[in-house]
Design a protein around this ligand. Structure first.
Ligand code: NAP
Length: 247
């Protein structure tokens, strides 16, 4: 479908879920891939092995995106391994859901640190490198709730809305250097993150989805392939909604 031969793609939080599907999709299109995890060492290594067994190139980097020095080290490790980075997908994300009255300050801070600050950390370290190359594409994974809000997720929604603001600002800041910055906003996608939700909440989401089914991780990976590809050469500062028609 696309050719990412000789391109290097860094996907944060790619040991499982949506990130894993994104890594696999880019590897299938010929890209060298960097797999990042913070706790899931074995799944990350198994994914790298699977990609290598299929003839691809993959490395694994451990690091917490919320820690600036970790993000800096991981970018350097990727450049040491492949000589360059062409695409960054900021996918790492966590939830710590609770209604405002019960949400602790720690719950708020940690979700903002991983989701929003982590995205900023990675952008900061990669754009330095993109500027030298006079090219690059960043795709930030936000969420449908970052656009419409959600009770019980004030921390997560604020982080995802923040990512949209960051995306639009960086697109304006780096556009003249041919660095494109876009976001993908998934709706309800079946992963470990959504497995945790009670059945009645899942059913209430289903009622809001015109296509009447939950999304697959591949649906998000396909959107990332498009936005990183030459076909999206004139697209920057946008949020691509992949949500079965929810909004
Ligand atoms: P997931 O299955 O829970 O996977 C989360 C990934 O993020 C894992 O690879 C995890 O690594 C990594 N991660 C967590 N904390 C990290 C940190 N501090 N530093 C680096 N990596 C970290 O989540 P998912 O459902 O695939 O979601 C992926 C992204 O899509 C998230 O940004 C999420 O907010 C967004 N999203 C998901 C949905 C959905 O319906 N699933 C909807 C909208 C948006 P370890 O395995 O090592 O812990």
């Amino acid at each position: 479908m696309y050719s990412f031969n000789n391109k290097t793609v860094f996907v944060t939080g790619s040991s499982r879920g949506i990130g894993k599907a994104i890594v696999k999709a880019f590897a299938e299109q010929g890209a060298n891939v960097i797999i990042n995890y913070v706790a899931s060492e074995r799944p990350a290594n198994e994914l790298a092995e699977e990609i290598r067994n299929n003839g691809g190139n993959a490395i694994v980097v451990k690091g917490d995106v919320s820690v600036f020095t970790d993000s800096e080290r991981m970018v350097n490790e990727a450049i040491d391994a492949f000589g360059r980075i062409d695409v960054l997908v900021n996918n790492s994300g966590i939830t710590k859901d609770n209604l405002m009255l019960r949400m602790t300050e720690d719950d708020f801070d940690r979700v903002i640190d991983v989701n929003l600050k982590g995205t900023w950390n990675m952008c900061k370290n990669v754009t330095r490198h993109f500027l030298k190359n006079k090219a690059g594409s960043i795709i930030n994974i936000t969420s449908v709730v970052g656009l419409i809000g959600n009770p019980g997720q004030a921390n997560y929604v604020a982080s995802k809305a923040g990512i949209i603001g960051l995306t639009k600002s960086l697109a304006k800041e780096f556009g003249s250097r041919h660095i494109r910055v876009n976001a993908v906003a998934p709706g309800f996608i079946e992963t470990e993150m959504t497995d945790q939700l009670p059945e009645e909440i899942k059913q209430s989401y289903l009622k809001q989805i015109p296509l009447n089914e939950f999304g697959r991780v591949e649906d998000i990976a396909n959107a990332c392939l498009f936005l990183a590809s030459e076909d999206a050469n004139y697209i920057t500062g946008q949020v691509l909604n992949v949500n079965g028609g929810m909004i």
